[in-house]
Design a protein around this ligand. Structure first.
Ligand code: SF4
Length: 318
């Protein structure tokens, strides 16, 4: 039997291989701040934001630079540091579909007009994608690569309420369903170690995502930042971050339950150092990634080995 373990160096569908197949060269994301806000900060859904979010407390780091200027700066930096050849414009900060379709169209087109930009990545909330926005992304995806990143974090409504997401799993399921079939790469963000969640809860999230038309996933550790509600909980002793062994084992369990074709965009977090509180082991990103690979090898396990494909009814079945 041919398995992922016998055919790939990595035991999961890593992003680098996906990018190489899709673009045939080194492609890096350039993170953009388009000066959006978020309905979970501005009061239209809630105030205060998610309990782990620092964006409401921070100021923009890019000042008044335009999208083009941010991309030119990013290209220069990544060419020098990473030998990158092509780039994706990553609308990342806050909720990047939270504006009129006309405004979104102008911003996305400004990015795509910059030389060597080969696609868009748009990070957003699942309750901020009305059909006209998805139509715009679908139209754009006919001529270039387009990915949408939905922040979910957990499939459990009680957790989403606890962390003040101000949306539930129903909005996520609806957004994914309305995005499917539009030629847009759909990526989901989840967080392991959210308050009140057991390993079984986290694996329920994996199983729920595994049944959906989702192309990629970012798996994050819940780390603790200053100037956040979670940071205050941590300092009062009300929240304990995951230990590294716990995280590594849970990530492996999670990967085993995902479809083998789902692209793994991320397995760690990159916390902003100036706001960082805990846990310190997460700052050693390569150490964590190596530990995940070592654990999969120890188990002789790989992404998808515990995944059950959704049952497809034959046309004649009742
Ligand atoms: S949805 Fe995103 S930007 Fe908005 S509060 Fe939550 S983490 Fe922050």
């Amino acid at each position: 039997m041919i398995t992922a373990s016998s055919t790939h160096t990595k035991r999961y569908a890593d992003l680098r291989s996906f990018v190489q197949r899709r673009f045939g060269c080194r492609v890096h994301k350039i993170t953009l701040d388009a000066h959006f806000t978020c309905p979970n900060h501005d009061g239209s859904k809630a105030v205060g934001g998610c309990i782990f979010c620092h964006q409401g407390s921070g100021h923009s780091t890019v000042g008044t630079f335009t999208i083009r200027e941010q991309l030119e700066q990013g290209k220069h930096y990544l060419r020098e540091r990473q030998k990158a050849e092509k780039f994706l414009a990553y609308f990342q900060r806050y909720t990047n579909t939270y504006a009129s379709v006309e405004t979104l169209g102008q911003l996305y087109e400004e990015a795509l007009a910059v030389e060597d930009i080969v696609g868009l990545v748009v990070g957003t909330r699942p309750d901020c994608v009305p059909d006209p926005v998805l139509d715009l992304l679908q139209e754009t995806a006919r001529r270039t690569y387009v990915a949408i990143e939905y922040g979910l974090q957990s499939i459990h409504d009680r957790t989403l309420a606890l962390v003040n997401r101000a949306h539930g799993s129903a909005e996520f399921l609806d957004a994914v369903s309305r995005t499917a079939g539009r030629g847009v790469h759909t990526c989901v963000h989840v967080m392991l170690g959210l308050p009140g969640e057991t390993r079984a809860d986290m694996l329920e999230t994996a199983k729920a995502i595994a049944r959906l038309p989702v192309d990629g996933i970012k798996i994050h550790l819940t780390y603790v930042l200053k100037q956040t509600v979670l940071g205050d909980m941590y300092l009062r002793g009300e929240y304990r971050p995951m230990e590294m062994t716990e995280y590594v084992e849970t990530v492996c369990d999670f990967l085993e339950r995902l479809p083998p074709y789902m692209v793994i965009h991320r397995l760690t977090g990159d916390p902003p150092r100036h706001l960082f509180l805990a846990p310190h082991w997460t700052l050693q990103k390569w150490h964590v990634l190596n530990a995940i690979q070592t654990e999969l090898t120890r188990r002789d396990s790989f992404q998808g080995c515990k995944w059950t494909p959704p049952c497809v009814k034959s046309p004649t079945s009742q």
